[in-house]
Design a protein around this ligand. Structure first.
Ligand code: ACO
Length: 323
């Protein structure tokens, strides 16, 4: 069987760091409140002249270099984003142009914070069927551009950044020892829209809008939903959750990360957490956390990784892969 194997991982964070104390000058909040409720200490913010494609290109270049590939090899680009450069074209085609990648397939996936898990499973449909030899799957966001800076319940939670992986086909034995994407579970429930959405859009009011969230309601759904999807993805892969080497969750809130790990019996030492430094970077958070774990030497080739996310829609999902 053909497997979609992650051969390179990259990340990019804009240079400006915004601390909790910085935000306390903008809204009625405190470093203590934010850290206690979310685990967040700081977030990165893109400069006004940086579009989300610029962040994506930086992450993609690093992932390609680590995979030993160049832009000339890339035949598929999927960008998971909810903060694209323009209404159209897709940010993926802008990334293709900026990278100088040849004519191929390029499109965006919109599943908000679950976008990377959705995009990875979409790419698998091309790579594991031999239709792409070198795919870039990118999660990139400028969430700070969607904030209502008078709403302390949301504006302290998000940050900007991008992460990317290179996927290439490799023959496997069809067992759980194969490298590559081994299992998925994707979910959506549109009836929960009001819990987390942006109140603007092309075909409604013609505005960009601001992110609106019932934080405690989202929290209530997160742990239960994510846990179910993780169990389903592990079953799809044919592995036990307990056999996973690294748990790499979407980085929304340290209490959600801990809640899911506790519910699934995952040792906290196996959780890769970047929420303190990056805050919630939506679709970028999982590949950014992967990049960090690879860079600091914790995540090694051959290890079994479990990714999970939940976001607006509501959408959620999980994915099991062997690096
Ligand atoms: N600073 C100080 N006080 C605040 C702040 C702030 N930044 N934000 C809210 N508060 C206040 C509220 O106004 C409220 O005050 P009141 O009691 O006087 O009305 C009080 O804190 C409690 O508000 P809650 O919303 O009930 O606080 P909660 O403990 O639920 O924490 C939080 C809020 C951090 C948003 C939490 O609900 C959460 O993290 N939810 C998950 C949301 C999330 O992570 N979404 C990301 C996208 S979805 C995903 O990725 C999973």
């Amino acid at each position: 069987v053909l497997r979609s194997v992650v051969t390179g991982v990259g990340g990019y964070l804009p240079s400006e760091v915004v601390t909790n104390d910085d935000l306390a000058k903008v809204v009625e909040t405190s470093d203590e409140w934010i850290q206690e409720r979310t685990g967040i200490r700081q977030r990165h913010r893109a400069s006004p002249d940086q579009a989300v494609s610029d962040l994506a290109v930086e992450a993609a270049r690093q992932a390609l270099e680590r995979a030993g590939r160049t832009a000339a090899d890339v035949d598929l680009i999927i960008v998971a984003t909810t903060t694209g450069d323009l209404t159209f074209p897709a940010t993926a085609t802008i990334v293709q142009r900026k990278l100088g990648a040849p004519v191929g397939i390029a499109f965006d996936v919109q599943a908000v914070c679950s976008g990377f898990v959705y995009a990875l499973s979409t790419a698998d449909g091309f790579v594991a069927r031999g239709r792409s030899k070198c795919a870039l799957v990118i999660g990139a966001e400028t969430m700070t551009r969607l904030m209502d800076w008078t709403d302390r319940g949301t504006c302290v939670l998000f940050g900007d950044g991008a992460g990317a992986v290179v996927l290439e086909p490799q023959a496997g034995q069809g067992t759980i020892d194969d490298r590559g994407l081994l299992g998925f579970a994707l979910r959506a429930d549109g009836t929960k829209q009001d819990l987390l959405y942006v109140d603007g859009g092309v075909s409604t009011n013609g505005q960009i809008g601001h992110l609106r969230m019932q934080g405690n309601q989202v929290f209530r759904h997160a742990v239960v939903n994510i846990s179910e999807a993780v169990i389903a993805a592990a079953a799809d892969a044919g592995v036990e959750v307990s056999s996973v080497d690294w748990f790499i969750p979407h980085q929304a809130n340290s209490r959600i990360l801990e809640g899911v790990a506790r519910r699934l019996g995952i040792d906290e030492a196996k959780v890769i957490s970047t929420v303190a430094e990056h805050a919630n970077t939506s679709a970028a958070s999982i590949p950014l956390a992967m990049a960090k774990g690879v860079e600091d030497g914790r995540i090694k080739p051959g290890q079994l990784l479990l990714l999970e996310a939940m976001g607006g829609g509501l959408t959620w999902g999980a994915c099991v892969l062997r690096l």
